[in-house]
Ligand binder design. Structure first.
Ligand code: 26Q
Length: 822
């Protein structure tokens, strides 16, 4: 209240130029004519940041003054993507900066290209967190994101002879102008040791005697709302050795050991785990989880709340939203704080704890549900394990009371699994402690309640809800697709940027030939731009005007990149065998983007095979360039922003019932690509909104897939009975794509598809090929295709992450927007 507000920077070209040169001179210590491109990039970024700073400080002051209910989004991943453009857009500086730099003879595009994106996430879950904090700020919700500042984000993918090779992601090497470290606000996080009887005598209390500690240093990032005067905070924690750590060991005289020990502590935030579906129970991963959760809870309880705050009122002040089970250790941590540190009785602490956490589940695959062995958890967090045991005891009593005599149910529901080893089921803990549990698309939420967490939904039907995912229209339409954005704004004004349902206003224009012509022109320009990017970035040459058919997502068997590959191989087989006349083939560029978890052998084999097929097809002159396969390495947010606006066709072909939601599907539809997809995840909702005639549906439904799997799926039967499928698979197996080599990846993928395949790719092959024929036929009619494309844009405004956040507010958080002074 007493701090005088900082004067806001003036929004003029002169003022911007002055600030930029000041940053260059005083921040980088260089003159304009001697400055490197990186100097200019850093100076520009800091200049833009400073324009937002006044609002940021104001937001923080208001947050402290208002003591409004706050949402803390706890996530092990935030896949932010490039920051500069987004910050310029939010601060309304795009035009001013452009003009200022042009006058100085500085090429803004060259500087933008220098930014290394913070890749602090694996894929969908991490990108969702980034979209959500953008929408929270834009919707004026008092909120804060908490996560980990990994020194190395998701690995940089390279290809060597078509095989994935991982390189470290050194995103911090040229400086990091978007973060503000606060070592003076470091908090300590403890690990290991044992527990002893407590002094206080309150029910449930014990005392934890840890045996090592690390410091968690906060790094703050600004999260600007879209031109609404709010700038929220994302707080990422970095691990540092504590001084105590040093003293103990340095005093013992072993210098080398002391330095090694520092490294051990600082390892905690060193690297993002690149697995996203079959996580190993690695000790360092659990350290990461507790590290950021313990620091984040302390931060909120001790610095955001006033010192005299009565924690019984905690549910009025906070919801901790748990992004999957990764932060679920927060539950026993809060219990430990209330019972052991604050002296509350167990029952009081549990009553409050049950009102402050909500859990979002992002999967349906049983192998992706996190479990931690009791052995490991007890060694690293002995007190937390005791607390989990007691939570479980009381929970099991509740189950027995509700379902007397049903011991099988008790075993199924227990937080502790007994087989194959004794372990904590984090999803059960989250479901027991959370006041709400949500899935991320209608179908997913239904399957959660009916299958994955059925017993829990029977016990607490009111606890389960759905919030369908969304994506931020600022980044994925306004910034990524300036051409389309201009066309939309010209037609319906610019309100759509913060109220995406307004895109509905475009519907009548789907029937306007002139509008469609302009829409096609923009798509064509986006394709040329994407072709330029591929050439410059990867040396990949593609036709500027072929259909862009995109499948970009993590490499997973359930997502079925191999089914896409079979389509390509089948086309090639048809052409080379003379069954398909070349002039009947729609020119297509198949674009793949996919990282495989480093230890996921079959996923890596699939990558190698896609590259082998691609190399063969791309080199085959007899195709006259009609088919191309482009697999740029290291697909990331930066590349997505160039690909998505260029795409004609979006491939969303997971086995029904396996993809929780998907969010790439939304980005493509919003940019006017049509979807070829299964009845899975959010595809279901996309199709319902755009209409069957504007969507290429294929494949089994979820009940059909579940039924086939239960009856016994026999891939051999499909192989034998569909001559085209057999021909494609045989061509693959023949070794023509691999220089005669029939072993290795070829043999392995052939066997995985034809022997036993949990994801039943061959069962959907025929229907997929038929859908692709419908795609070709539809694409041939440019007018009808662009009409469908415009309708896809007009009807998918629902998939704004602003709408998702509004749903979270209404169905889960019960928090309210707090408007800033503008
Ligand atoms: C867990 C423990 C140890 C190591 C790694 C992990 C881990 C890390 C990342 C487990 C899972 C993930 C990521 C999961 C993910 O991205 N899921 C996707 O979430 C999207 C947003 O809801 C959905 O759209 C996708 O359908 C879902 O696959």
């Amino acid at each position: 209240e007493n701090t005088p507000p900082v004067a806001a920077r003036e929004h003029t070209v002169e003022s911007f130029t002055r600030e930029f040169l000041r940053e260059l001179n005083f921040g980088q210590g260089v003159d304009l004519d001697r400055a490197s491109a990186n100097d200019k990039y850093l100076a520009l970024s800091r200049t833009v940041r400073h324009y937002l700073t006044t609002r940021w400080l104001e937001t923080l002051r208001n947050q402290y003054r208002d003591q409004a209910k706050t949402v803390a989004y706890l996530s092990a991943e935030f896949l932010l993507g490039p920051q500069l453009e987004n910050a310029m857009l939010a601060a309304d500086l795009d035009e001013i900066a452009n003009e200022s730099l042009r006058a100085l003879g500085v090429d803004l595009d060259e500087l933008r290209a220098l930014e290394i994106e913070p890749g602090l996430g694996n894929g969908g879950l991490g990108r969702l967190a980034a979209c959500f904090i953008d929408s929270l700020a834009t919707l004026n919700v008092p909120s804060v994101g908490y996560g980990i500042r990994y020194e190395y984000g998701i690995f940089r993918q390279t290809f060597e002879d078509g095989a994935q090779v991982e390189k470290p992601d050194t995103w911090l090497r040229l400086g990091s102008p978007w973060e503000l470290p606060h070592p003076e606000h470091a908090v300590e996080v403890s690990f290991g040791g044992h527990t002893v009887e407590a002094e206080g005598g309150n029910d449930g209390a014990r005392t934890w005697v840890p045996d090592w500690r690390v410091a968690a240093v906060p790094y703050n990032y600004m999260v600007p709302g879209y031109r609404n005067g709010r700038v929220n905070t994302l707080r990422l924690w970095s691990a540092r050795a504590t001084h105590e750590f040093d003293l103990q060991i340095f005093n013992a005289g072993d210098y080398a050991e002391a330095v090694r020990a520092r490294t051990f502590a600082e390892n905690i935030s060193k690297v993002l785990y690149p697995e996203d579906s079959t996580p190993q129970g690695k000790e360092l991963r659990l350290q990461q989880q507790y590290f950021f959760v313990a620091a984040s809870l302390r931060d909120f309880l001790e610095t955001v709340l006033p010192a005299d705050f009565d924690l019984h009122r905690l549910p009025d002040r906070i919801t901790w939203q748990l992004n999957d089970t990764h932060p679920v250790i927060a539950v026993p941590e809060l219990m430990r704080i209330l019972v052991d540190e604050r002296g509350w009785d167990w029952a009081d602490a549990w009553a409050v704890t049950q009102k402050v956490f909500a859990y979002t589940c992002h999967t349906l695959l049983p192998e992706a549900l996190e479990v931690w062995s009791v052995d490991l958890l007890g060694r690293l967090l002995p007190r937390h394990l005791e607390i989990i045991y007691r939570i479980n005891e009381e929970f099991i009593e509740e189950v027995r009371a509700a379902f007397p005599g049903d011991e099988l149910r008790v075993r199924r529901m227990s937080i502790i699994a007994e087989q194959p080893e004794r372990a904590v089921r984090m999803a059960h803990l989250a479901t027991v402690a959370g006041f709400k549990v949500n899935g991320v698309a209608e179908l997913h939420s239904q399957l959660l309640a009916d299958k994955v967490l059925h017993d829990f939904a029977q016990m607490w039907p009111g606890k389960f809800t759905n919030v369908t995912n969304g994506v931020t229209p600022r980044r994925f339409v306004r910034l990524a697709n300036p051409g389309l954005s201009g066309l939309i704004t010209e037609a319906i004004g610019d309100g759509w940027i913060t109220d995406l349902e307004q895109l509905r206003g475009l519907e009548p224009l789907a029937d306007d030939a002139e509008f469609r012509r302009r829409f096609r022109e923009i798509k064509a320009a986006n394709k040329r731009h994407f072709a330029d990017v591929l050439l410059a970035r990867d040396g990949i040459e593609i036709a500027g005007d072929a259909m862009v058919d995109a499948m970009v997502k993590r490499l997973h068997e359930y997502k079925r990149q191999s089914l896409k590959l079979l389509h390509i191989v089948s086309l090639y087989e048809g052409i080379t065998s003379g069954r398909i006349p070349l002039d009947a083939v729609t020119p297509r560029t198949f674009v793949f983007g996919a990282k495989a978890a480093p230890g996921y052998v079959r996923a890596k084999e699939t990558i190698a095979l896609i590259n082998a097929v691609g190399a063969t097809i791309n080199a085959d002159a007899s195709l006259q360039g009609r088919l191309k396969v482009a697999f740029p390495a290291n697909y990331n947010v930066t590349l997505a922003e160039d690909l998505v606006p260029a795409a004609d066709l979006s491939e969303q072909i997971s086995l029904a019932g396996k993809e929780a939601s998907g969010t790439g599907n939304m980005k493509f539809a919003l940019n006017g690509a049509l979807t070829v997809g299964t009845d899975d995840g959010a595809n279901v909702e996309i199709r319902k909104l755009v209409g069957d005639e504007n969507f290429f549906l294929f494949g089994m439904t979820e009940p059909e897939a579940a039924d086939l799997s239960a009856r016994g799926y026999d891939p051999g039967a499909y192989y034998e009975s569909d001559p085209q499928l057999k021909a494609a698979l045989d061509l693959l197996a023949s070794g023509v794509f691999t220089g005669g080599e029939r072993g290795g990846a070829v043999a392995s993928i052939f066997a995985s598809l034809t022997e036993r395949d949990r994801f039943m790719a061959l069962a959907d092959f025929r229907s997929y090929m038929d859908a692709q024929s419908r795609v070709d036929a539809a694409y041939a009619d440019h007018e009808a295709w662009s009409r469908s494309a415009v309708l896809n844009v007009a009807r998918t405004g629902f998939f704004s992450s602003d709408r998702s956040i509004q749903d979270y507010l209404d169905r889960i958080w019960g928090a309210r927007p707090v408007t800033q002074n503008r």
